[in-house]
Design a binder for this molecule. Structure first.
Ligand code: G16
Length: 542
């Protein structure tokens, strides 16, 4: 019943920071999706007879891709595929499902925060049996396979109904369509004090959650409005659309502008949050106040014992290298380990599996815990709600108290998007060449105490990742980091991360861009950003 079709390799099917992301047009070429998925299947041990999870963020081409992947799964001897109704699943929900149903893994169709629609991006990533993103070793093996592939195995063309709950059969394989929200909502209920959060809403607490016309809409309507009693209208842009309503489903100050405006109004809500295309990112805001992802991680760690799931304390924490060192200060106080990993959630997987850490996070609006093996947007929002309910204070009050206790790691990230790839490569190469000469120098008024190209050896399996970004460590606990994004699809994106510790009470509230102005200028000069990229200013500032 299965056909074996001849094919030839495509260039460039190397997964990036989080799976393979390409323009939709690239993915829609005949055999492109088939080649990549077959390459994945050829590299996953134990696939035959196993269970797979499958779903995506609803972006353009999601439904068509699901039909093709189902046929490929049947062609490769998979016993059961669990699909979210309508082909929808958030990334953290897939991670939870893989663990719950002991699946061999899952395929998640998403390009996360990248725009969708016919002119936008599409993406696909494989998560392994622990629920987490494939390791570097596996993604490299998939890439190697994609370069030599000469056939794929597929069941004959047919149409599977993915909109009706229940089981169907495709060439001997069971396709099980489930509600994508139910199990995930129950998992959240088991972690947090829902009754206490209900009390918050009963008391008139006002929240706005921006689902950005992406995957979290159905989850947020169910959890916030139905289960927790938040009034209708709490969730905005709650219907997933194939082009995200023309928006950019990236929860940050630039792309969630409407939410930011609402929270800035005198009569605005008490709490605001947003999530991204596939539901793993989160942005947290209070009335008139934005919480940086780095601060959010530190605050959740410092307060973890106040919510049911973490009542017994944390085993350890981890952050990606460019994330501010705010959480390090909390870990120090709690006397627990704090790990610094390269950018990419996959690097947290071994630490979580080995029970070395309980919470982890990244500056790129990602926070999570050992409940799944992905960052989890709604989990972070619920954690904050639980905290607000227990502490009875505003977001701003909680943040300010935290800064008074630990100091504030004033932080910003500047993104230069879609720059020329060669220029970006030259910029990084020149920085690397200068590393050894920078140490000990004083640049501007800052002494350089350390300079390196970040490398990481995983303490669990000893695997090594080199060239993960250039770090300059300066006096006053200041730091400048340069790295190239691994998720863009057009040219290169340079990310510049700048931070400095502020402990003077009278400066704790000051504007981050102003407080960091001299470091920002310095970072531009050291790397000659203007000269090499022709850009005077970043495209996105967070
Ligand atoms: C992905 C990864 C994250 C990473 C982020 C940014 O997020 O899962 O671990 O921090 O990309 O990566 P980069 O700086 O290389 O663009 P997402 O939400 O896009 O899957």
């Amino acid at each position: 019943m299965t056909e074996t079709c001849r094919t030839q390799p495509f260039d460039g099917q190397r997964p990036g920071t989080s799976g393979l992301r390409k323009p939709v047009k690239t993915f829609m070429q005949p055999r492109y999706l088939e080649n990549f998925v077959q390459s994945v299947f050829d590299c996953v041990e134990g696939l035959r007879g196993a269970t797979l999870a499958l779903g995506g963020d609803g972006r353009y081409y999601n439904r068509e891709a699901i039909q093709t992947i189902l046929r490929l799964a049947a062609g490769n001897g998979v016993a059961r595929v669990i699909v979210g109704r309508g082909g929808l699943f958030s990334t953290p929900a897939v991670s939870a499902l893989i663990r719950q149903r002991q699946a061999i893994g899952g395929l998640i169709l998403s390009a996360s925060h990248n725009p969708g629609g016919p002119a936008g991006d599409f993406g696909i990533k494989f998560n392994s049996a622990n629920g987490g993103p494939a390791t570097e070793a596996l993604t490299e093996a998939i890439y190697a396979r994609s370069r030599t592939i000469d056939r794929y195995c597929i069941a004959p063309a047919c149409h599977i109904d993915i909109d009706t709950l229940g089981e169907q059969t495709l060439a001997g394989m069971t396709v099980e369509v489930i509600d994508p929200v139910e199990d995930y909502a129950r998992l959240m209920e088991s972690l947090f004090d829902f009754e206490r959060i209900r009390g918050l809403f009963r008391g008139g607490f006002r929240m706005r959650f921006d689902a950005m016309h992406a995957i979290t809409g159905p989850y947020a309507h169910t959890i916030f409005e139905r289960m927790l009693g938040a009034p209708a209208g709490t969730v905005i842009h709650g219907t997933p659309l194939a082009d995200f309503g023309g928006g950019h489903p990236d929860p940050n100050l630039t792309h969630a502008a409407e939410l930011v405006r609402q929270l800035g109004r005198p009569e605005g809500p008490d709490f605001g949050a947003a999530s991204d295309g596939d539901g793993d990112r989160n942005m947290i805001m209070g009335h008139g106040c934005f919480v940086t992802p780095s601060d959010s991680l530190a605050i959740l760690a410092a307060n973890a014992t106040r919510v049911p799931a973490y009542r017994d304390g944390l085993r350890g924490v981890a952050r990606s290298m460019p994330t501010s060192r705010a959480v390090d200060r909390v870990a120090h106080k709690l006397d627990i380990p704090c790990y610094e990993t390269p950018t990419g959630w996959k690097f947290f997987g071994n630490l979580l599996d080995a029970g070395r850490i309980t919470l982890c996070g990244e500056e790129s609006f990602g926070t999570g815990s050992d409940h799944v093996r992905e960052k989890d947007g709604l989990w972070a929002v619920l954690f904050w709600l639980n905290l607000l309910a227990v502490r009875g204070q505003s977001v701003a009050e909680i943040v300010n108290e935290h800064w008074l206790r630990f100091g504030r790691d004033v932080y910003t990230r500047h993104d230069y998007e879609g720059i020329d790839s060669d220029a970006a490569g030259t910029l990084m190469a020149r920085l690397r060449d200068r590393l050894s000469t920078l140490i000990g120098q004083t640049i501007g008024r800052h002494a350089v105490s350390g300079a390196d190209d970040f490398a990481y050896t995983d303490p669990v399996d000893g695997s090594h990742a080199a060239a993960q970004g250039v770090r300059l460590l300066l006096g006053d606990e200041a730091r400048i980091v340069y790295r190239l994004s691994g998720t863009g699809t057009q040219g290169a994106t340079l990310r510049l991360y700048i931070e400095r510790l502020e402990t003077r009470r009278e400066y704790l509230q000051a504007d981050a861009q102003k407080q960091l102005a001299d470091l920002i200028a310095l970072a531009g000069e050291i790397a000659d950003i203007r000269g090499l990229t022709g850009r005077d200013a970043p495209d996105v500032i967070t």
